[in-house]
Ligand binder design. Structure first.
Ligand code: IMP
Length: 464
């Protein structure tokens, strides 16, 4: 029997549930923090002693000097962005030598993937990081004689051959889009420079994590993008390109599933979504169009910052209430800066996520934002408790865009409260309506809530 084990932590909604904060709170219990999916589309904000850092490709846990950080083969990687990210981390005083390990089986995001994503990703509202095209090429493998799926280990073994392959892919796409080829040389030079920098971090032993767990190490897998954006389970096509579910940690994370111990799910009590796609609990019919106007650039944090919060909250228009909550909760994309669409807590969706991923332990964030509902006309907190589809009750989120948009939700209102939560450190001391709210979530999801986020500071977590 191995002495070590692994836990998996994922977001249960549409991303940005505050996963990195939870990891920060529990990281001390683990030896290794590992990623298994996605790439630089992720944005995990963490606060270190020397300042705030948004991590895109390096696992959370950078500010715990003794933790190993592992990037699994299920991710895709942008070498130039990783180069800059490592430098930014080092500037904040954290060392990564010997701590950061990147699987040599990871597929690289090539320059032409980013170009293609910029051209074709608008309707989905992708982060334009080349994620979809990179995963597509991974599955496609070859196009006649051209090699499309290129991995870190390939370059490590046959540098010259695979750099030429990257250049060929790049030139082919440039020609297809009518882009002059004169920038390709500089692009390749930068690419090679980034590879040389990353080289010492490449891990060639694909049993690396298995061996560590056999020797007693404890791993926390950190999901990126969240359950509702899963490429198979989410509402197609408004999803990311990787499997985000808890089970996929044991494919993309390079570890045998026999070491699994428990699954931790993270949710927010005020939901958010970036990019296009159905969002049953969204505040206001116009919210999707408004937030995605001009690719999400029309209504940035700066542009919304002068709004009159009190009049937005007391409006009859749910869209305005959502806008106020976005400003109060600082809900703007950490990778793209786009305004996040805001919605009420959807208990049908949350139960579906808990069941689909076998969540053992639930953490809920942003409970402090619930105090703002007392300033709305109803003074109560709206929550979705039931779905009707074609006049029948359903307990899952359909994966079709058309059907998802036809869902008629039942909205219940629970008692609001105004008490400031920031000084509270014990569950029992929480306002009674919040305790009732927590219990209602537990009843609907069948899952115990472990952590309750009551503010953005490190200590503003209540553990049960
Ligand atoms: P892609 O992953 O860049 O292809 O984008 C596909 C969809 O996933 C878009 O709606 C993005 O806004 C969304 N998305 C990708 N990464 C994240 C994330 O880390 N948080 C929230 N949404 C994300």
């Amino acid at each position: 029997m191995a002495k070590g084990y692994s836990d998996v932590l994922i977001g249960l909604q549409y991303g940005d549930e505050g996963k990195a904060r939870v990891i920060d709170a529990i990281a001390d219990n683990y030896d290794i923090i590992a990623r298994f999916n996605g790439g630089p589309n992720a944005g995990h904000t963490i606060h270190g002693k020397k300042g705030k850092l948004v991590l895109h490709q390096v696992p959370s846990g950078v500010f715990y000097p003794k933790k190993l950080l592992y990037v699994g083969s299920g991710c895709v990687i942008n070498l130039e962005k990783l180069f800059s990210e490592i430098q930014a981390i080092q500037k904040l005083g954290a060392r990564l030598e010997g701590r950061l390990q990147i699987s040599d089986q990871i597929s690289i995001i090539q320059p032409h993937h980013i170009l293609i994503d910029e051209r074709i990703g608008q309707i989905i509202g992708t982060t334009k990081n080349g994620i979809g095209p990179a995963y597509a090429d991974k599955a496609l493998r070859m196009d006649k004689e051209r090699i499309l799926n290129i991995r870190l280990g390939d370059i490590l073994n046959e540098e010259k051959f695979f750099f030429e392959a990257i250049e060929k892919n790049c030139k082919k796409t440039f020609q297809e889009y009518g882009i002059p080829l004169n920038t390709v040389d500089v692009m390749m030079k930068n690419y090679k420079k980034a590879f040389l920098f990353i080289k010492p971090y490449i891990q060639t032993d694909s049993l690396y994590l298995n061996k560590l767990v056999e020797n007693g190490k404890k791993i926390l897998f950190e999901g990126a993008q969240s359950f509702m954006l899963d490429v198979t389970k989410g509402v197609i096509p408004y999803v990311t390109s990787s499997n985000t579910m808890a089970g996929s940690a044991y494919v993309g994370g390079d570890l045998s599933p026999k070491y699994h111990r428990k699954t931790i799910g993270v949710a927010k009590v005020i939901m958010s979504r970036v990019g296009n796609g159905p969002f049953v609990s969204e505040f206001g019919e116009n919210s999707e169009k408004y937030c995605m106007e001009n690719g999400g650039k029309a209504h940035t944090r700066e542009k919304e910052s002068n709004a009159d919060i009190s009049s937005l909250l007391s409006s009859d228009d749910p869209f305005e209430i959502g806008k106020a909550l976005r400003i109060l909760g600082d809900e703007y994309g950490s990778t793209t800066g786009r305004p996040r669409r805001i919605g009420m807590l959807d208990l049908v969706q949350l139960r579906y996520a808990v069941m689909s991923n076998g969540v053992d332990e639930l953490w809920i964030n942003k409970c402090d934002l619930l105090t703002d509902f007392i300033r709305t006309k109803s003074t109560s907190i709206p929550i979705i408790t039931k779905y009707q589809l074609n006049k029948k009750t359903v307990d899952y989120v359909p994966s079709s865009n058309t059907l998802s948009r036809q869902i008629v939700p039942t909205i219940e209102h629970v008692q609001g409260f105004s008490q400031d939560l920031s000084e509270i450190r014990q569950f029992k001391a929480l306002p009674k309506p919040l305790i009732a709210f927590v219990k209602m979530i537990e009843k609907h999801t069948g899952c115990r809530i472990f952590g309750i986020g009551i503010g953005s500071k490190r200590e503003e977590y209540l553990l049960r």
